[in-house]
Design a protein around this ligand. Sequence first.
Ligand SMILES: NC(=O)c1ccc[n+]([C@@H]2O[C@H](COP(=O)([O-])OP(=O)(O)OC[C@H]3O[C@@H](n4cnc5c(N)ncnc54)[C@H](O)[C@@H]3O)[C@@H](O)[C@H]2O)c1
Length: 303
Amino acid sequence: MTQKLLREDFQVIGIDNMNSYYDILLKENRLKSLKENENFKFYKINLEDKDSLKKIFQVYKFDIVLNLAAQAGVRYSAKNPSAYYDSNIVGFLNVIGLSKDFSSKFIYASSSSVYGAEINIPYRESIKKVSPLSLYGITKKVNEDIADFFHSEFKFKSYGLRFFSVYGPFGRPDMAYYKFSESIRRGHPITVYNRGLMSRDMTFIDDICDGILNAIGLDINAHEIFNLGNSHPIKLNYLINFLENFFNKKATINFEESQEEVMHTFADISKSKKILGFSPKVSFEDGMEIFLKWFCNYYSFNE
Ligand SMILES: NC(=O)c1ccc[n+]([C@@H]2O[C@H](COP(=O)([O-])OP(=O)(O)OC[C@H]3O[C@@H](n4cnc5c(N)ncnc54)[C@H](O)[C@@H]3O)[C@@H](O)[C@H]2O)c1
């Protein structure tokens, strides 16, 4: 996203605590090329550290605050709940509070995980009562409730973007598409939940970045939620077949059952289309080709 903002001539101040939830080298390599741009500055700060955060907000007086930092991952949230509380609740409260005091627009990443147990697909933002199935999903729902409160109490406008399984170059190594690529390439077994019958509305990173950029350009005095998904769910078994064909290797699969994982995600994007002008362009097949090209290139240089 930062690359895109810099290409669009924004000045960007990046904040991240560079935690070790996954390979820090990947995070550092992402930063390396950004740091070459004179319109980018980086601060290694914890969102929970309000005093340090406040100093940055006082110096820069941001036009727009975009909060993508969070403890991500559905399954890890049952193993390490406090990481989610610290980053996604305390950290989020600090960022939205400082944004209200020092800025005029706040955009943040929510997640398809808030829909949780919802069985009516495609998921619409207008669904009144959602029941997330994971602690991660709960923290994202709490973020939305906090943003609602900030609008009703302080008239502070913000837009929450519910991302659906974002994938692409420099993506997150804990996600299924990335882990499966790594394991199938190396001939290692993969763990597949719920017999591979689940589907995910996989959305290519460039489409998500376009959606975020459109949200930056939006000016509605409200707290609004938007789905950013591809609206074309992909079955897990189809993803596995695709990778088997690409690497020309048969996957060794261990099946497991999981309650935390929702069976299907599928975004209704009619609201995002209408209000944000959001229109995803990259098919799963094209997006995965781009990811896999990057993946093979990146690891042959760094192994
Ligand atoms: N990737 C997806 O499919 C997806 C789907 C739905 C929602 N999201 C949300 O989108 C956002 C970006 O996700 P991502 O996949 O790029 O994840 P990511 O883990 O790559 O990026 C999040 C960054 O936040 C940083 N961070 C975490 N806690 C922090 C803290 N307390 N202080 C400062 N920095 C902290 C991490 O170091 C990391 O670099 C997250 O909010 C995530 O919950 C992602």
